[in-house]
Design a protein around this ligand. Structure first.
Ligand code: NAD
Length: 274
């Protein structure tokens, strides 16, 4: 598997940065793609020096189709192929639905859902023409269970999961394979953003994980090509069952919110969310 070219979006921070680091350590050639160009370039230089490996960066705004065309073309030019696309870039605006502006709701959809769709649609013909490719979409547990404070964020993740599996099944006889991964709460700047908003509680109801733990799952998926990964497995069972039965959902979520309030009060993010 080593030597394959892996393109990771949102790779200047959090889970994406950890994916880039672990992939580089395992011998993949890595393209760090992010809307934050300077941070992407800095990480690429650091990883290239640390692992004596091909690690490059490119500015990518996942909302922009032209930006996708240019970023993937430059990856093929630099590495000779595009073997793996990890769609990881994502954003959140915290708060209940009524407290966010329409612009904020649209922003989440543009990045999380349309950004992923655009990436898949740009990579698919390219990978099909080269006769191989693997697309890994980083989704969320909120794709199974609607949660308070995550209305449009969860809607984009529900949509991403539906889009992902539809396309994966449409393309089942082609050369491109698909995996989707659902991280739980992960200690990244996104979780810090949630910690900064006192109304944002539900992410703190359960133990959080390090970006490296999630990135190990993502990079493992590059080699093993699982259809879907829920991590940790036991958490996924609750989310999946509650997401199917609305009465259970409406009973359970307020209880999880109460637990989130209690645990949030105990946690200081910089002191170590756990
Ligand atoms: N942190 C969590 O608790 C958690 C849980 C489940 C799923 N996720 C998902 O994991 C992914 C990574 O999240 P994270 O926590 O590492 O976030 P993060 O905020 O640490 O990093 C997100 C990265 O995406 C980049 N980005 C934002 N908008 C972009 C755009 N338009 N084009 C290109 N890049 C853009 C940012 O510059 C940043 O580098 C997201 O899709 C998120 O929804 C996170």
């Amino acid at each position: 598997m080593t030597g394959q070219a892996v393109f990771v979006t949102g790779a200047a921070s959090g889970i994406g940065a950890a994916v880039a680091r672990i992939a580089a350590r395992r011998g993949y050639r890595v393209m760090i793609a992010d809307v934050n160009g300077p941070a992407a370039a800095e990480l690429a230089a650091e990883l290239a020096a640390e692992f004596k490996n091909d690690v490059e960066s490119v500015v990518l705004d996942v909302r922009d189709a032209d930006s996708w065309d240019a970023a993937l073309a430059s990856t093929v030019e630099r590495f000779g192929s595009l073997d793996v696309l990890v769609n990881n870039a994502g954003i959140i605006h915290t708060g209940n639905a009524r407290d966010l502006s329409l612009a904020q709701h649209r922003d989440i959809v543009e990045v999380n859902l349309l950004g992923t769709i655009t990436g898949v649609l740009t990579a698919l013909p390219l990978m099909s023409a080269q006769g191989r490719g693997h697309i890994v979409n980083v989704c969320s547990m909120t794709s199974f269970l609607p949660l308070t404070g995550y209305s449009t964020y969860g809607a984009t993740k529900h949509g991403m999961r539906a889009f992902h599996h539809s396309v994966a099944i449409e393309e089942r006889d082609g050369p491109v394979t698909f995996s989707i991964i659902h991280p739980p709460s992960t200690r990244t700047p996104m979780l810090a953003q949630e910690m900064a908003d006192p109304s944002s509680v539900i992410a703190f109801a359960e133990k959080s994980h390090s970006p490296e733990e999630i990135a190990e799952q993502v990079v493992d998926a590059i080699a093993k090509k699982p259809v879907e990964v829920v991590f940790p497995r036991w958490a996924g069972r609750f989310q999946r069952v509650a997401g199917v039965f609305p009465v259970l959902m409406h009973w359970a979520i307020p209880r999880v919110v109460r637990k989130g309030h209690k645990r949030r009060a105990e946690l200081a993010y910089e002191g170590g969310a756990r």
